[in-house]
Design a protein. Sequence first.
Length: 745
Amino acid sequence: MHIEGPIEEIIFRNEQNGYTVFVLDFKTTPVVCVGKLVSANVGENLALDGEYVNNSKYGYQFAFSSYEVVLPSTLAGIEKYLSSGLIKGVGPVTAKNIVNHFKEQTFDIIEMSPSSLAEVRNISMKKALEIGEKFKELKKLQNSVMFLQKYNISTNMALKIYDIYGSNTIEIVKNNPYRLVEDVDGIGFMTADKIAKNIGVPQNSEYRVRAGILHTLNSTIDKTGNTYLPKAMLINISQNLLEMDYEENKELYENALSGLTLDKTVLINWQDGYEIVIPSKLYFYEISVAQKLALLNSSTKQTEYKIDDEILHFEEKNKISFHDEQKNAIITAINSGVSVITGGPGTGKTTIIKCIIEILSQHNQKFMLLAPTGRASKRMSDATGYEAKTIHRALEVAQGDMASISRFVHNENNPFKTNCVIVDEVSMVDVSLMHHLCKALPRDCKLILVGDKDQLASVGAGNVLGDILTSGIIKVAMLTKIFRQSEDSLIITNAHLINEGKMPIINNSCKDFFFEEKTDTASIKQSIVDMVTRRLPAFTGLESSQIQVLAPLKAGVCGIDNLNRSLQATLNPPSIEKAELVVGENIFRVGDKVMQTANNYNLVWKKMNGFIEEEGEGVFNGDIGFIEQIDYQTGEVIVEFEDGRACLYPRTEISQLSLAYAITIHKSQGSEFDIVIIPAISGPNIILTRNLIYTAVTRAKKMVVLVGEQKNLKRMVSNTYTVKRLTLLKQLLKEADQKIKDLFD
């Protein structure tokens, strides 16, 4: 059945997949329609093909399977269309003036002779041409997105593709759909492969093999944290994905690899006697970090200070007595170009930093305090009394023309103006962030890296702290003696017991470490929900928002996906007073706790600093905040993060958010929460490891609660399995250090 008419009202719209419920004026009769639209604006004229269905909840609706945008033919319809907001710069008054002047020829004039619009009152030649361009762009956008939707690409993703390819979208995708894998974040090989099959691209296309290899390389690195893969491993995984035997198609595989090498997408090298394949970007990151660290470490400008008196003065003033290993850490840090201070909770890392800061100040040395996350930087500020920034904030995301030159304002051409940089929670710094930090360090700057070597490795690629520690090039102060723990506190004690492979003390009589025995996952989940929403707030006086669930897994009854749904339903249930938006499998609602899941250097934020409004760009992986506002019409969401930044998410970026009532332990790195709840469940040995549970416990500031079976906790404590990351930094650091030594010898 075919119906046609203007949109009178939009009842509901999912900006992620385009699903829209709206009222269409069909021959003066209002018809409720449901289906997927590229865009939806009141006044837009649509021709729909579909059929009437009887929805048990909402009654009769017209469910359409295909549609096209039809330009209205009546003067009233043309005026309503132009004033609907589809074309920026054309409001109700301008639309009325245009239609009064050109009548039924309005659309022909706008498309074919836009300069004629300057004949209309209050429309300059510049504005006339802009209206014509925007009209043409809108048509191209609608055609492109409708083309992509035929291949089950969501409206959100289709808009992202169009942002990259513009008016050439259809031509590019038809010619080589596998370009999507390389050019568009979020488009995987399987999606491109389906499009290619529908278009008729042969299975043995070199485009396909190239895309399969590149997808395998990048996705495996994302999962493992490696910076390279052995060629044999890459080929083996790729041939399973492509369903093409390597030996039978050897020339295709080798040609694809050669192409990736020639355009410098990857490098092929030798490591320990076998060929390896490295994304060029990651190789550049590792070698630049190695060279800068070796250079700083060998600096001849470093002045050796005798600081025994300064340390003694700090001890007397703060009524403490440093252990020899702590004094050694302070002396090493002050007198080295690069140094590492590592130790578990309670070993005095923060006190050592405070002493270092005081000594630097006495010698008129400028310093910067940095951490990978907002929570970690705030904790550093609170503990030292000095301002600490996230690494990203210190680097400053470049805006305007500068963004085309460098991602960050501070780099080798515009380094920090400081004598010393101290970085806390360095275990979670990946090689990309370390690269950008090193670029911004002045030639004669001290770099002091502070962290816990037994924490989980960074979420992103690389093994920065581990490679530095094992290289033997950088001076390391290892802290083992525990100082900070009260008699009735077990968090620090139990963290160290876990790290030593011993079961934590569980007697539930202390004030901050509890275990609740539950044998089935449904009971564990329900107990966690009850604790967050009712029991722990009543027991501690804290808000539910101060309680963080840290789960080992994403999937399953006690995985973060299911826990988030349950916690959202209890803490922030649906209400007619709360706007909500469906994005993929997530429902986002005003008031929801959310987390940013990827670095986005383009999102604009605003923040009130006293009476002054700051503005900047960049929201980063792991940032946590709350949804303040949802706009149904535009699909935009405003999130206020914990540090006060308010960020407006356009509809194309909302998929980078996830609910954060529960997060994975990996995502908790660098953060600290008042209360941490951890499900003690069974699962794969490769995931449920000692350093995972150790990391989770050390995220708690005031209380740890485990829920589940003690046998599962014991299994984790005993499981020393760690996946060795394949990285080059250790070797490159040794090589860079040797080159510098050879230069001066």
